[in-house]
Design a binder for this molecule. Structure first.
Ligand code: PMP
Length: 351
């Protein structure tokens, strides 16, 4: 090792799902198979390139206001960032500064561990039970903060608000972050609990239900005090996180509630239909409340299946890590895409 290397921050990075360059049935990164709301296209067509000479609004006021109105919260309760990854990373930096370990599930969004290590935050993982569910009592011990996704990823399991509130009520002295990237496909949001828990932060994204993964927009909703702390850290880091195009398109997406609800409905219907098809083929699927399904087959090796699918131009996600080495995560695509998947699986399994 060169002498200067010992002072370099080493990171064990998050590995994002593959983005193939050729056309593929892409069921590997939980994107929405439908386009964004029609207003987004119109906004892009009408976009003045001259506006790009100028810096964007550092406060992202229009987008923040649109979100505040949508969720019935104050403008000072919303923080926006470059995808929820950016928002979550800012939250780790801002709120997890204790010497005590933060807690999150052992099988969950793998980025949590990456940020904890990057920012030198001590952490402990709480084991999911034999049904891949979180055990709420594990979060009753002393800690430096709590974060979990609801629904969890990659299991897709949704816990109801009583469960979330139970964790909150046992963790009033630390910050609790509920990562709701997939909540729109599942059930009630913890936003409702904000009035009783000023230590709660709810994080959501435009990448899934709003079909805008390519625009990179995420947001946090919390008490004005916590949003204030987040903004102070953001302005200490980069004032202009949100680009002009994302700001304009984001507002259009939030405005179109009807399109959003229709798209979510289509995905949920396809998900429930797909669960039945998987079960007919002998797969075991967890009861996902998200826009993906976590599946395993008692007679098919998951890694081999993953590779065979890829060879056939069908991309799903495989990790091969402990306890989930026989599982595949399949994003819910259009009905046609899912038909292609099941056609392939039928042939493979009956061979
Ligand atoms: N949280 C969870 C649980 C996720 O699965 C993802 C998607 N990779 C994200 C957050 C981040 O999504 P984005 O940055 O696109 O908003």
């Amino acid at each position: 090792m060169k002498a200067y290397e010992k002072n370099i921050r080493k990171a064990d990075p998050y590995v994002p799902g593959e983005q193939p360059r050729h056309r593929a049935v892409k069921l590997n990164t939980n994107e929405n198979p439908y386009p964004p709301a029609p207003g987004v296209r119109r906004a892009l067509e009408q976009m003045e390139t001259d506006r790009l000479r100028l810096y964007p609004d550092p406060e992202a006021s229009e987008l923040t206001e649109a979100l505040a109105e949508y969720y019935g919260v104050g403008r000072d309760q919303v923080f926006v960032g470059v995808g929820s990854d950016d928002v979550l990373s800012m939250c780790f930096l801002t709120f997890f500064n204790s010497k005590k370990p933060i807690l999150f599930p052992d099988i969950t969004y793998s980025f949590y561990k990456v940020w904890a290590e990057l920012y030198r935050i001590p952490y402990e993982c709480c084991r999911l039970d034999e049904d891949f569910c979180m055990v709420k009592e594990d979060y009753y011990r002393e800690n430096g903060g709590v974060i979990f996704p609801n629904p969890n990823a990659p299991t897709g399991i949704y816990e109801n608000l009583a469960f979330v509130e139970d964790i909150l009520s046992h963790n009033r002295d630390v910050i609790v972050i509920v990562d709701e990237a997939y909540i729109d496909f599942a059930g009630e949001s913890a936003i409702k609990l904000l009035e009783n828990y000023e230590n709660l932060i709810v994080v959501q994204t435009f990448s899934k239900a709003r079909s805008m993964a390519g625009m990179r927009i995420g947001y946090a909703i919390a008490s004005p005090a916590l949003i204030g702390y987040l903004n102070d850290v953001k302005y200490s880091f980069n004032s202009y996180t949100m680009n002009q195009t994302s700001l304009v398109c984001g507002v259009e997406a939030v405005k179109d509630r009807k399109y959003f609800e229709q798209t979510v409905r289509k995905i949920v219907d396809t998900r429930e239909w797909a669960k039945e098809r998987f079960r007919e083929l002998g797969f075991v699927c967890l009861d996902s409340g998200a826009n993906f399904i976590f599946v395993t087959h008692p007679e098919q090796d998951a890694k081999e299946l993953f590779e065979a699918l890829k060879e056939a131009g069908i991309y799903v996600r495989y990790w091969g890590s402990r306890r989930i080495e026989q599982y595949l995560r399949v994003t819910v695509g259009t009905r046609e895409e899912m038909e292609k998947l099941f056609q392939f699986l039928r042939n493979k399994i009956r061979d």
